[in-house]
Write a protein that binds this ligand. Structure first.
Ligand code: NAG
Ligand code: NAG
Ligand code: NAG
Ligand code: NAG
Length: 283
């Protein structure tokens, strides 16, 4: 009888156990900024183990993307290894782009669902959030700073995508064109492997964001040459399925949420957003 109870108990535990969730914060903040999401997940999904990374907080969040990808990525792999049933990964703002690059760089991960919360997945061409850091920065001339060896030593430079200076972008950027597999390397195949194994990729963003520019970048859309925004489905990365976005979409594993009325500094502290667009993917 005792044995049966044990089996039953074990069964119940498996039924209600949620996968661990890794959270990655945005630029110029730390893990405290992800506290509301963490608390809400724990409240609604009791027992969830949350790894809210404290790496690269504050000013160190503008260190090069690759450095952050390798360090936080090593933690994600460690967490993957100790959770053979799988984990989920959520990144906010810059953290969502770091998260995507981690999935590509460490294809041995066992992330099931990846949630990108208002992240510049297509790049960034707006200085709204940078004025604290570079007070005189103007969008039109920012390329002079970012498309240089020195500029590439900042995270923002690594995903600065000036639609009018694409030649320089491809010449200098050491990050975004690579993880988009628009510059082929001996890692391209491996990058794609890390994306196509996901169970779901969830992209959350909206027109009132105010910081991610264009806001469609949160859905892999981006400016064409004349600053007309081209939808993600008409982007080369999708049409040529360079890193697996189309594969995910065609197998119904890509979820795109366009949510109006939310500003950039609200996504991660808005419990409604957590309830409607995040919790459903954290089973
Ligand atoms: C930030 O990380 C530290 C160390 O891992 C942890 O003790 C703390 O609880 C985290 N803060 C939040 C809000 O999760
Ligand atoms: C990996 O995780 C284990 C616990 O599961 C911990 O003891 C170890 O320090 C971690 N290693 C790294 C490099 O974070
Ligand atoms: C890719 O090429 C670089 C040199 O360009 C080399 O250092 C690296 O080991 C190669 N990686 C793989 C996976 O072949
Ligand atoms: C801007 O570019 C898009 C595609 O790149 C094109 O469809 C549109 O006609 C262009 N608009 C103008 C005003 O040139």
């Amino acid at each position: 009888m005792k044995y049966i109870y044990l089996i039953l108990l074990n069964y119940i535990c498996i039924c209600v156990s949620y996968k661990p969730v890794v959270l990655i914060h945005g630029v110029l903040t730390g893990n405290v900024s992800m506290g509301i999401i963490a608390a809400r997940i724990k409240e609604k999904h009791p027992g969830t183990v949350i790894y809210n990374t404290e790496r690269f907080a504050g000013w160190s969040s503008v260190e090069p993307m690759w450095r952050q990808v390798l360090e936080i990525g090593a933690d994600v792999i460690n967490i993957s290894n100790s959770n053979p049933n799988g984990i989920h990964l959520l990144g906010y703002s810059q953290g969502g782009l770091l998260a995507r690059a981690i999935l590509e760089t460490f294809p041995e991960h066992n992330v099931h669902n990846f949630i990108s919360l208002s992240s510049p997945q297509g790049g960034q061409f707006g200085t709204a959030f940078l004025h604290l850091f570079f007070p005189d920065l103007v969008c039109k001339t920012a390329y002079e700073l970012f498309y240089s060896r020195v500029g590439q030593r900042t995270s923002v430079g690594n995903y600065w995508n000036d639609p009018h200076k694409q030649k320089l972008y491809f010449k200098y950027s050491v990050f975004l064109p690579f993880i988009n597999n628009l510059i082929a390397s001996n890692r391209s195949e491996s990058f794609k492997k890390g994306i196509v194994k996901l169970k779901k990729m969830v992209l959350i963003g909206g027109p009132d964001d105010g910081v991610i520019t264009p806001w469609q970048s949160s859905h892999f859309g981006y400016y064409g040459k004349n600053e007309t925004v081209i939808d993600y489905k008409d982007q080369l990365i999708y049409k040529h399925d360079t890193f697996g976005l189309k594969t995910l979409d065609k197998s119904r594993r890509l979820v795109v949420h366009e949510v109006p009325g939310v500003t950039h500094f609200d996504w991660h502290i808005n419990v409604d957003i957590v309830d409607k667009y995040i919790l459903p993917y954290l089973d």
